[in-house]
Design a protein around this ligand. Sequence first.
Ligand SMILES: Nc1ncnc2c1ncn2[C@@H]1O[C@H](COP(=O)(O)OP(=O)(O)OP(=O)(O)O)[C@@H](O)[C@H]1O
Length: 264
Amino acid sequence: MLELRNASLSYGDRSLWSGLDLEIQPGEFFAVLGPNGSGKTSFLKVLLGLQHLNTGSLKIAGKPARRGNRAIGYVPQQKGFDPQTPLRARDLVGLGVDGNRWGIRVRSAAYRQRVDDLLAQVGATDYANVPVGLLSGGEQQRLRIAQALATSPELLLCDEPLLSLDLQHQKAVSSLVAEQAHQRGTAVVFVTHEINPIIDHVDRVLYLAGGQFRVGSVDEVMTSEVLSELYGTAVDVFRSNGRIVVVGQPDATTHHHHTEEVSG
Ligand SMILES: Nc1ncnc2c1ncn2[C@@H]1O[C@H](COP(=O)(O)OP(=O)(O)OP(=O)(O)O)[C@@H](O)[C@H]1O
């Protein structure tokens, strides 16, 4: 589905990663973790064809990366909608639906059916006609996912989709994305600061830090040894009730964005 070979990316003399070889399979839930500034968003930009690699190659569904690739669905990092936003939930989802493919000449029956199906797929049918600005952060995030799924992408990219969500909504959105991967066969690349909300779902992680990276299962990557090596300083990883607690990262990143976001 996705194939990176000997990939490196740097800005000026700052290297974000180099020598990255990676294949992501259909149906895989793949997370990208790392502190602020480690290159998580840049990684998504590469996949979206918005950022060129300095070395190496990338293929998505067998073809070189390019902008506007319809095989990719993208859930951007976003704040909440303004309460005045004059869009209903179904209008937002409808923006993702490809008019040509569904023979829209606006508001055709096929278009309405497609929007209804997408709303049902993310469990948003009950608030289909509510203005998006009045919905909770978690409800808005479901709609963004529905919008990203509108073209039935083979690859779904999510940039910090859990930011500003409470625990219950984090779980619901994580499960929804996991279902898309594991039941529907979409490859998912999921950028997050926090492993715990997705720990039960994620297949593998890419951890970026200090210009280095590590790829593997949660058990392989989230260890004191690996993180200490990546950060270049002693980092302790503890397990508690199925959760992971990381202590001693030089850059305490986890809550950086939360104060800036509109809460759900
Ligand atoms: N176009 C660019 N030109 C130069 N430097 C850039 C560019 N884009 C990003 N950077 C730098 O590269 C680093 C990685 O940025 P990126 O946004 O990918 O990190 P991130 O892991 O997504 O961070 P965060 O968790 O804060 O969102 C940052 O130091 C950033 O300032």
